[in-house]
Design a protein around this ligand. Structure first.
Ligand code: UD1
Length: 356
């Protein structure tokens, strides 16, 4: 069996690493070719992650880099087609919802190569988000749809996808977290940054709706106010950094830093008193770890993190950041158990299905 895995961004690496490992273990005589689209390319956004996750050197680098949605998507399509023609895979595996995901699914489907989609079926029902369009189209094109929460199956049924293509396997991002747990628990990143366990907020922001306009300045002002009560650590995504250049961001208690490697990031996440984010994956990681998460968005494609986890939707409203300290005093003493099948074994279930 010949399998091509197409990855391009930080969260793609985290979701796919355990699937590559599980399929290599199950099908050792198969061809397992990794294609890195190069959507994320900074050392801190790419190489550091791949090293820590133990992902083998990619076999093909497409080096598409940054650009408009059309440019980025088109470059992946154009550069992936000859790679798939050369590799002749029986299956193309794509994770998540980024531009690389959509482009790879479309290229493979047009070449009549079966597509497996990891983290299928999530919906925010907000088509202004580029990720929502990427998810909908990728799921329509996929032959194997691997889901990690039951409502994903309802979403896919509603879009006419037959039940036999849908497999509830659990969460491969949590597989990675479980595999790294000993290492990140020993990392002590908070102390290295001068923070005390449980006594700081960790912040990540990168969505265009929040960081590409005036809301970013309002958010930083609110973070400065929060930091007077609860110190804030904010590793800044490159997209956000570019937008922050025009904003006064030096405030007491607000620590801005470069993007972190995954071990440092998970260490900070696990020891945080609260997390403020607009990321998808972090809503899930905090649910697993039982850390209070506040999501600065109007919606989430991951409702299970609210109903069965520790996530609170604040809305796309920087003023709501002021409610975090009082909300923290009202949390239950014991966080809920992680959702079913978020147990570190999702990738093995995928491998068992792929290997038949
Ligand atoms: C992309 C995904 C988003 C995902 C996020 C995870 C799409 C539409 N968006 O958003 O769903 O949540 O990745 O991080 O696919 N840049 C660098 N170095 C890099 C990468 C990016 O400097 O290594 C800068 C460039 O200025 C680039 C900008 O960040 O233009 C945005 O990068 P891009 O990959 O287009 O989108 P993200 O915001 O990272």
């Amino acid at each position: 069996m010949r399998i091509v895995y197409v990855i391009g961004t930080r969260p793609n690496f985290v979701k796919t690493a355990p699937v590559i490992a599980a399929l290599q273990a199950r099908i050792p005589a198969g061809r397992h070719a990794i294609v890195h689209t190069g959507q994320h390319y900074d050392r801190l956004m790419s190489e550091v992650f791949l090293e820590q996750l133990g992902v083998p050197e990619p076999d093909h680098m497409l080096a598409v880099g940054s650009g408009s949605h059309a440019e980025q998507t088109a470059r992946v399509i154009e550069r992936l087609e000859p790679v798939l023609a050369e590799e002749r895979p029986d299956l193309v595996v794509v994770p998540g919802d980024v531009n690389s995901t959509l482009a790879a699914a479309l290229t493979a489907a047009k070449m009549q190569i079966p597509v497996a989609h990891i983290e299928s079926g999530l919906r925010s029902f907000d088509r202004t988000m580029p990720e929502e369009l990427n998810r909908i189209v990728t799921d329509q094109l996929a032959d194997q749809l691997y889901i990690h929460s039951p409502e994903a199956s309802d979403n896919l049924h509603a879009e006419g996808i037959p039940a036999e293509r849908i497999h509830l396997v659990g969460n491969t991002m949590i597989d990675t977290l479980v595999a790294l747990e000993q290492r990140f628990r020993a990392a002590g990143t908070a102390a290295r940054l001068g923070m005390t366990q449980g006594k700081y907020a960790l912040v990540t922001l990168h969505r265009p709706a929040l960081v590409d306009g005036p809301l970013l300045g309002e958010t930083v002002a609110q973070l400065a106010a929060l930091a007077r009560e609860l110190p804030v650590v904010f590793p800044v995504h490159p997209r956000t950094r570019a937008m922050m250049e025009a904003i006064e961001a030096e405030h007491p208690g607000l620590l801005l830093c470069e993007p972190l490697g995954y071990l440092d990031f998970l260490s900070l996440l696990a020891d945080a008193g609260a997390v403020l984010t607009d990321s998808g994956g972090i809503q899930e990681e905090t649910t697993y770890l039982g850390i209070p998460c506040f999501t600065l968005r109007d919606n989430t494609e991951r409702p299970i993190t609210i109903t069965a986890g520790t996530n609170t939707l604040l809305g796309l409203d920087p003023a709501a950041i002021a409610t975090i300290p009082s909300a923290l005093t009202q949390r239950p003493a014991q966080p809920p158990e992680p959702p079913p099948l978020w147990d570190g074994h999702a990738a093995e279930r995928i491998a068992a299905i792929v290997a038949g």
